[in-house]
Design a protein around this ligand. Structure first.
Ligand SMILES: Nc1ncnc2c1ncn2[C@@H]1O[C@H](COP(=O)(O)OP(=O)(O)O)[C@@H](O)[C@H]1O
Ligand SMILES: [Mg+2]
Length: 370
């Protein structure tokens, strides 16, 4: 193994609540797959099913070609790292890491070799005799990783392993988890509600909402071509701007209109728009999709600056437009003041467009698949 396949898997809790609905997912051997979504969307439920900690209500889960629905956790050859680390408080770091191997009756020399090897990789060798309460959060997290590593599992399952760390440590530990994946050469399934973490770590991301998969794709695919407004809004910081309006199609192509805003739309939206002209839409504009150079009128967003927020490398402008307030990221050399009237050049090739009623993307190639 470690290809992991969900075939129409659902989870209905005894109280009738459906936490996961008809999940189809094929996780490749050695893939780094991230389950992403807001709290309560079913990420942990999904991960716990792989670990065998949660019963499957319907559908089939396979490791390679074997259905594992009824295989108990200890026979699944997967290792799980929890947010809480779940370390034994009265055991040393060494014993915490060694524990799983002792339970499996590996011989002493082999255990020692694996524990020291993991400790070296994680740079916690000097801590082996300490107890968990003598460690920082980051160090405890490494011990939890070490305990999973020594098992040499077929798959690594991680449930928000970084969420107890402070912001700086979270970012540096991300890089280490990525290196760990490369070193271990095994499948990783990683749960997070942090979109930045998902974009950094994943080969593929599964975006979930209320137990239903919204989109599966590479970080680029999900960010560049979100399938609906939920995915578009969940990925990116600050969140994407949405403007409601209508579309008119002329000789020059399709144009989004709202009040005094008229923005040329990318051709990828034309097939869907031609089918049903004049429909109500939601335009998606990411803060960074503005240009330094002034373009034609069809590429500018008019408005009045309502806030200027410098963030060191650049600055965010709050701009009141006839479609509402939008946030844009512009170079720090631009001199703007609150109250200024601006016509910000927009990178119209990167605009997103959604059907207003359904929230589904009108991007060609996504429409039918949605
Ligand atoms: N034992 C249970 N009984 C009923 N509902 C549950 C149970 N465990 C979890 N849930 C519900 O299932 C949903 C998904 O939970 P979970 O998978 O833990 O979400 P996530 O990890 O994405 O935050 C939540 O709405 C949660 O309240
Ligand atoms: Mg969870």
């Amino acid at each position: 193994m470690a290809r992991i396949r969900f075939d129409r898997v659902s989870k209905r809790y005894p109280n009738g609540f459906v936490a996961l609905a008809d999940l189809d997912l094929d996780i490749a051997d050695r893939e780094f797959l991230v389950l992403l979504g807001p709290s309560g969307c079913g990420k942990s439920t999904t991960l716990n099913m792989i670990a065998g900690l949660e019963e499957i209500s319907s559908g089939e889960l396979r490791f390679d070609d074997t259905v594992v629905n009824d295989v108990p956790p200890h026979r699944r050859d997967v290792a799980m790292v929890f947010q809480s680390y779940a370390l034994y408080p009265h055991k040393s770091v060494y014993e915490n890491i060694a524990f799983g191997l002792r339970m499996r009756r590996h011989d002493k020399a082999e255990i020692d070799r694996r524990v020291r090897d993991a400790a070296r990789k994680l740079e916690i060798e000097p801590l082996l005799e300490r107890r968990p309460n003598q460690l920082s959060g980051g160090q405890r997290q490494r011990v939890a990783l070490g305990r999973a590593m020594v098992r040499q599992p077929q798959a690594f399952l991680m449930d928000e392993p970084l969420s107890n760390l402070d912001a700086a440590l979270r970012i540096s530990t991300r890089a280490e988890i990525k290196q760990l994946h490369q070193a271990m050469q095994t499948t990783f399934v990683y749960v997070t509600h942090d979109q930045a973490e998902a974009l950094t770590l994943a080969d593929r991301i599964v975006v979930m909402r209320e137990g239903v998969v919204q989109q599966i794709g590479s970080p680029d695919e999900i960010y560049e071509a979100p399938r609906n407004t939920f995915v578009a809004a969940f990925l990116g910081n600050p969140p994407i701007n949405f403007l409601e309006g209508t579309v008119s199609i002329g000789d020059a192509g399709a144009v989004f209109t709202r009040g005094d805003i008229a923005l040329a739309l990318p051709e990828v939206f034309l097939p869907a728009l031609r089918e049903q002209g004049g429909r109500e839409v939601v335009l998606g504009l990411r803060a960074e999709d503005v240009l330094e150079e002034a373009g034609s009128d069809a590429r500018r967003l008019n408005g009045r600056v309502s806030s200027v927020l410098p963030v060191g490398s650049d600055q965010f402008l709050g701009v009141e437009t006839s479609g509402g307030l939008v946030f844009l990221r512009v170079g720090k050399d631009r001199r703007h003041r609150e109250g200024d009237t601006v016509a910000v050049p927009v990178n119209t090739g990167r605009l997103h467009l959604f059907d207003k009623a359904s929230g589904v993307s009108l991007r060609d190639g996504l429409v039918s698949a949605a």
